[in-house]
Design a protein around this ligand. Sequence first.
Ligand code: ZN
Length: 152
Amino acid sequence: MLVGIGVSRYTPASMDDLYRDYILEHYRRPHNFGVIEDADASYEGANPLCGDRITLMLGVKDGIVDRVGFTGRGCAISQASASLLTDEIKGKPLSAVSAFRADDLLDLLGIEISPARLKCAMLSHDSLQHVLSDLGAADPTNTTPSPAEAGA
Ligand code: ZN
């Protein structure tokens, strides 16, 4: 008797589609997209390898990330990553935001990122480190991996 073939055939593909839909949903309707009023720091990051651009803006009040926004253009991974990152840091103390690591962002993205796409995924994280540095709140040990470091 042949049992279970019909089930196993569809499981990996649909899980993959589920993650892709999640990324595409953030890409189509990014959270925190737009310019914020009275930003305390902002940084425009670019990934020339793919043509991605992100301007990240933060407004801080009493040590808390009170307002966050971004604008930009680029591939789905770069824009979805900025959408997820801004959601994650909004309302958090600067100390928690500076401790937000590249690996945490990869966890939020929830898909395998190839070395070639790592720059896309990490553009928002890299921009965040520049903004935190402007605010005097950067953690120097919190670095953004480059594809070279990842073994590309
Ligand atoms: Zn890209």
